[in-house]
Ligand binder design. Structure first.
Ligand code: MCN
Ligand code: CUN
Length: 795
């Protein structure tokens, strides 16, 4: 007998088909809105039509009279239970239902609970709210202007719209670097607001049982245990009497990390009415009020030597957080992991200053396929790198090569203090350049130019920190960031695995079983994976920041190893030899001196319940909590070629090459799916997605006519490369995160390509999205087009 064939049993490296798709493609998924409980009522939210206004009065009497209405909740009623405001994940407060003022268009003002959602919606319209309009503020510049109205006048001592001033890096060293520079390259950029826009909106069904005092909440959350803690604190319910169940999720993309007023109101309503209360957000509600991302302005500078060496970097960012500072991020860092910028470059000194402001917009900066602001960090970085190479008159690839961290420099301390773990940056760049035919393209580009055609090539190279955290440095609201896995191997060798992560489409049900197969030789199909129920899953911090593989995935490997250690003892007992004489090969223990004498892992499992040695605790189950020593640092090279039509400003992607090194790939097919999805979102951000606000604070982009998602029709094709593999040195199976890389690094590649195509115009920047009219304006007027919403241009 020999070891089992790892690929055949669906182990590490197998492109195993996604087991969850069995139900998804048959329409048998079980999403929050699919759940129907006996006696369930429905909740709808009345939202503010104005961006900034004082509430004079709210009259709910007409709504109460509508047949089928059970409850009308207002801020005033919430206040009697101390629930009008709730804490945010960044130590700010957020209104659950407005009491004093409304602070953004779409803010929650009242809720109606009724027999069905239609009655509830009608009753919302029967609530009479009198507003006294106040001047709205729609960007940091207005927020910081003298005499600007203070948006958060509810907060004692808050006499401006500034939330924080934060800085990181080496001020003196950076000054010296700039003093020594031959050239200073400057760029001002805006990364516009965008929205994760998962197909499924947010929702919850709260079910409070007075008899047992137990509160069960089905909800669309990426982090059920954090929600349980938050509900315990906010609603002052005992934690063991709260059960959060996150069933199938129709895409999260960061949108489903925060705590939303709708969740809180449905919970209170269920407690008051002692009936299940369902809230399902509609698309417009989702687009205008939940988890926006980005909206951040950069003043960036690079200190350069004329031979191409970068000596220092200076960044100032102004971040528009909307009306409440609700970012989900490690509490130590005010602007997430923005200071991971330039981590792949060997730059001796750097400094970032960051300022956050309140505006009359929905709370922003939450997340959208990013590890806490790394998307902004890498976009700014790669736009600044392109501009710097251009300012020096250097080739884009050569300039990067001079400054990228080399293979022998790891672990590498980045300009803002991170320690990157590993990588082969030069090799990835070579693979990408070869794949795109770099030299040839430059020739074609020159030839095309002679004929008036505009071709461009954009490169984006980046590493990003994935896997928050390690508990020394990373916490959310004081809860340390680590993760967990619990594995129960049954008598017949079949198993159930639960983790503290929560899949939203990433395929954990498939890939975690592959890690168990790799560690234990139990076929992946014999391992069922369950996530998202706080009564059964071990405590974990959920899925975002591509932390699942780096942290929960590591815990899966570690718990499997604990199981293997016990199985080894069982094997020794079955084989009647001492444990030291037992060897392991995949799926089987054998006697070192007699390799034919062996027992399978399944036989060990049976023995754990039927034939354990004297004194051994029965059973084959265990739990592992994993606190990673560092973040994992995947690397990527994205190269895009485009043609820009000078007559219309329309640009088409000719080719896109992606070289991703995310260490060991558990399931190569799923990894490729993650990359393609991320590149598509990157393309959308660069090309079309735009949530902006007019001067009154009206949200433009509250529906899919205005907020554009790419369909298969406009999405370009991608050429993916997987030949570079640098295992993470500290991850038990060498895997690094991948979930966001393409969405993080992709946008700059597209923008750089368009900017390269129009380089002769002297235009340094067009802010995203690069809509045709903006590109056309830049080409014909030969000026930068800054997209600070509301869109401004010089004429
Ligand atoms: N994987 C792998 N080998 C690796 C790394 C990852 O096989 N070396 C697999 C994992 O096992 C997992 C998937 O790839 O099945 C993504 O893993 P990982 O990079 O750990 O990311 P997470 O599972 O933590 O997912 C989070 C990430 C984020 S933050 C957003 S936002 C996002 C994304 O994933 N949201 C998504 N991808 C998404 N994909 C879908 N379909 N839906 C979302 O909501
Ligand atoms: Cu930042 S979006 Mo993902 O981390 O859930």
């Amino acid at each position: 007998m020999t070891a089992v064939d790892e690929i055949k049993i669906g182990g590490l490296g197998a492109s195993r088909k996604r087991v969850e798709d069995q139900r998804f493609i048959r329409g048998k998924g079980n999403y929050t809105d699919d759940i129907v409980l006996p006696g369930m009522l429905h909740m709808e939210i009345l939202r503010s039509p104005l961006a900034h206004a004082r509430i004079v009065s709210i009259d709910t009497s007409r709504a109460w009279q509508i047949p089928g209405v059970h409850l009308v909740l207002t801020g005033e009623m919430m206040a009697t239970r101390n629930l009008a405001w709730m804490p945010t994940l960044s130590y700010d407060t957020q209104a659950v239902l407005a009491t004093d003022k409304v602070r953004f268009q779409g803010q929650e003002v009242a809720c109606v609970i009724a027999d069905d959602p239609y009655i509830a919606k009608d009753a919302c319209e029967a609530i009479d709210v009198e507003y006294e309009p106040l001047p709205p503020i729609v960007n940091p510049e207005q927020a910081l202007a003298d005499g600007a109205p203070v948006i958060r006048d509810d907060k004692e001592g808050q006499d401006s719209n500034v939330i924080y001033n934060w800085e990181v890096g080496d001020a003196a060293g950076t000054e010296r670097a700039f003093a020594e520079a031959d050239t200073i390259s400057r760029l001002r950029l805006h990364y516009p607001r965008s929205h994760p826009s998962p197909i499924e909106c947010c929702g919850s069904i709260a079910d409070f049982n007075r008899a047992t005092s137990k509160l069960t909440v089905y909800m669309t959350t990426q982090a059920p245990h954090i929600i349980r803690a938050a509900v315990a604190l906010v609603a002052e319910l005992p934690e063991h009497m709260i059960r959060i169940i996150s069933p199938d999720i129709g895409g999260g993309f960061g949108n489903k990390v925060p705590v939303y007023p709708g969740y809180v109101c449905s919970i209170l309503a269920s407690i008051l009415l002692e009936r299940p209360v369902k809230w399902i957000e509609d698309k417009t509600g989702n687009l205008i009020s939940t988890g926006f991302a980005r909206d951040i302005y950069l003043d960036g500078e690079l200190a350069l030597r004329n031979d191409g060496k970068i000596l220092g970097v200076r960044m100032h960012v102004d971040s528009d957080h909307g009306a409440f500072f609700s970012d989900a991020q490690p509490s130590k860092f005010k602007i997430g992991l923005l200071h991971s910028a330039f981590a792949c470059y060997n730059i001796p000194a750097g400094r970032i200053t960051a300022r956050g402001t309140y505006t009359n917009k929905a709370p922003g900066g939450v997340a959208y396929r990013c590890s806490f602001r790394v998307t902004e960090a890498m976009f700014f970085q790669e736009r600044m790198i392109q501009a710097a190479a251009q300012d020096l008159g250097m080739d884009q690839a050569a300039f990067r090569r001079i400054n990228l961290v080399s293979d022998d420099q790891f672990p590498f301390r980045t300009p803002f203090g991170f320690l990157t773990d590993s990588g082969q940056y030069g090799k990835c760049l070579d693979v990408g350049l070869r794949a795109v035919g770099y030299e040839d393209f430059r020739k074609q580009q020159a030839e095309a130019k002679a004929r008036g055609r505009l071709l461009g090539l954009g490169i984006s190279t980046m590493t990003e920190p994935l896997g928050a955290g390690n508990s020394r440095e990373y916490d959310i609201l004081g809860i340390k960031m680590f993760d967990s896995a619990d594995l129960k191997v049954h008598m017949t060798g079949k198993a159930i695995l639960r983790t503290g992560a929560k899949t939203q489409g990433q395929g954990h049900e498939t890939t975690w079983a592959q890690i168990v197969a790799h560690e234990l030789g139990i076929p992946a199909e014999d391992v069922v994976v369950e996530e998202g129920d706080t009564d059964t899953a071990p405590f974990g911090m959920g899925t975002y920041a591509s932390r699942s593989t780096p942290v929960a995935g590591a815990a899966v490997a570690m718990v499997s190893r604990k199981i293997r250690a016990k199985a080894r003892k069982l094997a020794a007992h079955l084989l009647e030899v001492s444990e030291e004489d037992v060897e392991w090969e995949l799926g089987r223990f054998y006697v070192r001196s007699a390799p034919d004498r062996g027992v399978t892992i399944q036989e060990c499992a049976m023995a754990a319940y039927s034939n354990m040695p004297d004194g051994m605790e029965p059973g084959l189950e265990n739990t592992a909590y994993y606190d990673p020593p560092n973040l994992t640092w995947p690397f990527a090279v994205y190269i895009v070629t485009v043609e820009v039509d000078p007559e219309t400003g329309v640009w088409d992607v000719l080719n896109m090459v992606a070289v991703d090194d995310c260490g060991v790939r558990i399931n190569p097919m799923i990894v490729e799916g993650q990359i393609m999805g991320g590149l598509t979102e990157a393309y959308a951000m660069a090309n079309m997605q735009f949530i902006t606000f007019d001067a009154e604070g009206n949200c433009v982009g509250s529906n899919y006519m205005d907020y554009l998602l790419p369909t298969a029709w406009e999405t370009p094709g991608y050429e993916l490369h997987s030949e570079v593999v640098t295992p993470s040195p500290h991850h038990p199976i060498g895997a690094k995160g991948i979930g966001e890389c393409a969405a993080v690094g992709g946008p700059a590649a597209f923008v750089n390509a368009v900017m390269d195509a129009i380089a002769d115009t002297g235009v340094r920047n067009i802010d995203m999205p690069l809509l045709p009219d903006r590109v056309w304006e830049a080409i014909t007027k030969r000026h930068d087009v800054s997209g600070a919403p509301p869109v401004r241009s010089d004429d």
